[in-house]
Write a protein that binds this ligand. Structure first.
Ligand code: AMP
Ligand code: MN
Ligand code: MN
Ligand code: MN
Length: 301
């Protein structure tokens, strides 16, 4: 461990990975195996942040105690922004899906529980529509194959369809699928209304957690629209953004560090690991945060 002398909080520079998935959403590893991998990879702390559910946290928690690695309870919420009740400023922005990570949450908090249950509702119907959309393009039977690949049937999503398309030989890799299928304007894409941004942030903060904007560089927004998102995220109670993430190119590390400073957000670092062969970074293997930024874990218990 190296003392971080640039930071007034004197937070130690540690290898925290605050964004990872397990089979409880669209990851490939059991929570226990993910924790073991993080330990082997030299992480000091690991967050499990499955999409829209907290089912894997207890198993990961127990494994982390056994393996003596710090564990952060997390979740990654699917949000549609701007939402239906958008302000006059955002009224002209086309709604997109964004992700908000909650760190340090109480997974039993009732409003978070009911909130994420409401997000999960509709995934099954959406998946059936995705299957129909692909069938209309001549790719029949994909729903059944994707459904079979989803360990947690409540959480059937695009990654399972991507794996099914790769298994059929219709794409080389899960990453390659998204250039040709499952994204706006492409076969298999079905628009969906997720949670609103204020609701998602309130569920996280109501559960004692810190709301972190996930992989901002991935969103198809103009510079001005991004600033509007960051402004609203901050105003609504969001406190951090991912700066170093497996979804960012190197130049985006710098761009989002600049925005974190300007908007006075804490910074997060996470691989967004889903499984071997599918992710650019193993848990904990990303570059460290710029030393002048306040790491989001400085406010986690
Ligand atoms: P869903 O919540 O069903 O819309 O699925 C979203 C998931 O699809 C994300 O969490 C990623 O795991 C995966 N995904 C989306 N876009 C890409 C991409 N360009 N490359 C790889 N995986 C992606
Ligand atoms: Mn995912
Ligand atoms: Mn995400
Ligand atoms: Mn993720």
């Amino acid at each position: 461990m190296i003392a971080n002398s640039h930071n007034s909080l004197n937070v130690l520079v540690q290898n925290f990975d605050c964004h990872n998935h397990s089979i409880y959403s669209d990851g490939l590893l059991r929570p226990r195996d993910l924790v073991e991998l993080a330990k082997q990879s030299g992480c000091d702390a690991l967050a499990l942040t499955d999409h829209d559910n907290t089912g894997g946290l207890a198993e990961a928690d127990a494994a982390a105690v056994e393996l003596r690695i710090r564990f952060i309870r997390g979740v990654e919420l699917s949000v549609t922004w701007p939402g239906r009740l958008s302000s006059t400023v955002t009224a002209d922005i086309n709604p997109i899906t964004i992700h908000v990570v909650g760190l340090g949450i109480d997974p039993l908090a009732p409003t978070l529980m009911s909130g994420i249950a409401s997000i999960r509702d509709g995934r099954f119907d959406r998946a059936q529509q995705m299957g129909t959309s692909l069938a209309n393009m001549g790719i029949a039977g994909l729903f059944e194959e994707a459904y079979a690949l989803a360990e947690n049937k409540d959480m059937i999503g695009r990654t399972h369809f991507a794996r099914a398309l790769v298994a059929r030989g219709l794409a080389k890799s899960v990453g390659a699928v998204f250039g040709r299928f499952l994204t706006p304007g492409k076969p298999g894409y079905v628009a969906h209304q997720w949670a609103s941004l204020p609701a998602a942030i309130n569920w996280i903060t109501g559960a004692g957690g810190v709301a972190v904007l996930a992989h901002p560089g991935r969103y198809k927004l103009s510079k001005q629209e991004m600033r509007e998102l960051l402004r609203e995220f901050k105003e609504t109670g969001g406190r951090a953004i991912e700066v170093i993430t497996g979804s960012h190119e190197k130049h985006q590390y710098r761009e989002y560090a600049v925005l974190a400073r300007e908007f006075e957000f804490m910074a997060s670092r996470g691989s967004d690991f889903h499984g071997h062969g599918e992710s650019r970074f193993q848990p904990g293997s990303l570059p460290l945060l710029p030393t002048d930024l306040v790491p989001v874990w400085s406010v986690l218990q």
